[in-house]
Design a binder for this molecule. Structure first.
Ligand code: BES
Ligand code: ZN
Ligand code: ZN
Length: 465
């Protein structure tokens, strides 16, 4: 893991190259005050501060400064420094005016690479690019957010062969060790008895990749109990309702919800939020074998509801259902879950906007405003009761897939809702956990979408200050 804490350090007057951040509105005034050599270079590059992330090097004797275009110089986006952090020479930098603030995140993540599977590491000869900040108190926060994001990216990018349920369990144990949390893992016979849906979905996997429920508990007894649940499908082949090749290609990322949940848990523990945290990760491989669960099977869930399997590819909601039931049994006062649950959420909102479903308007409003505040976008969708009808089964209490493909992310959320009692505040995020195209500071591949927004909402609700 990249050592982010060495890349963002307190400004004690160390010598550093200045980064001038200008936007369309401030550019002309800024340019007027520059020496003629600067103006000549800016003109030579036709730099006008209009195209995002463009930058020009301004020589200063044997050294240099930088001017870079940003959308809004008064309110820096988290990503406006990322391209600089990726592109500039090693050394120490600082923003010329003001503080990097939340843009420190992009500076850090711009220097993170997933190169576990490259024989030649990415440009090892290029040293670190260090950013100074006068906001020493905020360094830890930026470093933690970068670490949490990198954790999600690395877990999601790791191929399924190298990250099965056992490795996901190891990742949870690592976090528990770091923060003195307790871990409990339910597997084998106990899983079959106690968590029939999780056991059914994972039944086709080999013993080495056996299904399990991974639980982590942390915090003081009297504090409010919050449950965080993440879909941990380490590979989703679709099961007997096998996915076609194109639909299966990215399904190593189907544990993205678990990675999001683990990252959020890490942020909560690192910040020492005064909550009693219960992390639940049902971890399975949705595989194909003679032991696989079948379309038409009826399984009695942990809650007691009989579920008819209409489609073995709608596996995420099944494993989440049993995990949600356990969270409720243990007295969760607030439940959050993350899942790469439906293709339909992507059809509706595209890859960059996770679909948010919330049982209460107040909690929804808090998450939405925090998402805007930390620039971690998401979009609320309705828990539309009338569509519950689409989940009817002819002979069981409910089917796991809807009779119509329409509103697929809503019917999936309605299925989960059956396992959360009315009155328990609950937020469900149907996230893509992936970027199809690179953006500054966000390479193509696994990514965290929604973790920072949810964390900000938790800080607002439970934080000390
Ligand atoms: N893991 C997939 C959902 C998914 C697919 C997320 C592509 C992101 C990108 C999930 O398990 C699934 O296959 N869902 C089905 C549900 C259907 C069978 C009711 C879907 O969305 O097609
Ligand atoms: Zn599936
Ligand atoms: Zn899935």
């Amino acid at each position: 893991m990249t050592d982010f804490s060495s890349l963002l350090v307190a400004d004690r007057g160390q010598s550093a190259r200045s980064i001038h951040l200008v936007d369309k509105a401030s550019f002309d005034d800024w340019a007027k005050g520059r020496p003629p050599e600067d103006r000549a270079l800016i003109a030579a590059h036709r730099f006008d501060a209009k195209s995002d992330f463009a930058f020009v090097i301004l020589p200063r004797g044997a050294d240099f400064e930088v001017v870079s275009a940003v959308k809004n110089a008064a309110e820096l986006s988290p990503w406006c420094l990322a391209k600089l952090a990726e592109s500039l020479a090693e050394g120490t930098y600082k923003v010329a005016v003001g503080e990097p603030g939340r843009a420190a995140l992009g500076w850090l993540l711009g220097q993170h690479r997933f190169d576990a599977f490259r024989s030649k590491k990415d440009q090892p000869e290029r040293g670190a690019r260090v950013l100074l900040t006068g906001d020493a108190a905020k360094i830890d926060e930026s470093v933690r957010l970068a670490e949490a994001t990198a954790l999600v990216r690395d877990l999601v990018n790791t191929p399924a062969a190298d990250l099965g349920p056992a490795e996901l369990e190891a990742a949870v144990r690592d976090e528990a060790k770091r923060f003195g949390a307790q871990v409990r893992v339910v597997a084998g016979e106990a899983l079959t008895k106690g968590y029939p849906l999780i056991a059914a979905v994972g039944a086709a996997a080999t013993d080495a990749r056996a299904p399990r429920l991974i639980e982590l508990e942390w915090g003081k007894d009297g504090d409010p109990r919050i449950a965080i649940v993440g879909k941990g499908v380490c590979f989703d082949s679709g099961g007997l309702d096998l996915k076609p090749a194109a639909g299966m290609r990215l399904m190593k990322k189907d544990m993205g919800g678990a990675a999001h949940a683990l990252a959020l848990a890490r942020l909560i523990m690192a910040e020492k939020l005064p909550v009693r945290l219960h992390l639940l990760i049902p971890a399975v491989e949705n595989a194909v074998s003679d032991e696989a669960y079948r379309p038409g099977d009826i399984i009695k869930s942990r809650k007691g509801l009989f579920i008819e399997i209409d489609n073995t590819d709608a596996e995420g909601r099944l494993i989440l259902a049993d995990a949600l039931t356990k969270a409720v049994e243990d007295g969760a006062e607030l439940i959050m879950d993350f899942a790469t649950l439906t293709g339909a959420a992507r059809i509706a909102l595209g890859p960059d906007l996770p679909a948010l479903f919330v049982s209460e308007d107040e909690l929804a409003g808090a998450i939405e405003s925090c998402a805007r505040g930390v620039v971690d976008p998401l979009w609320r969708m309705p828990l539309w009761e009338p569509y519950d009808e689409m989940l009817k089964s002819d002979i069981a209490d409910a089917a796991n897939a809807a009779s119509s493909p329409m509103a697929g992310c809503i019917t999936a959320a309605m299925f989960l809702k059956k396992f959360v009692p009315d009155g328990t505040p609950w937020a469900h995020l149907d996230t893509y956990a992936w970027r199809d195209a690179a953006k500054s500071g966000r390479p193509k591949g696994g990514d965290a979408l929604g973790v920072r927004a949810f964390f900000a909402a938790l800080q607002q609700r439970f934080g000390n200050g």
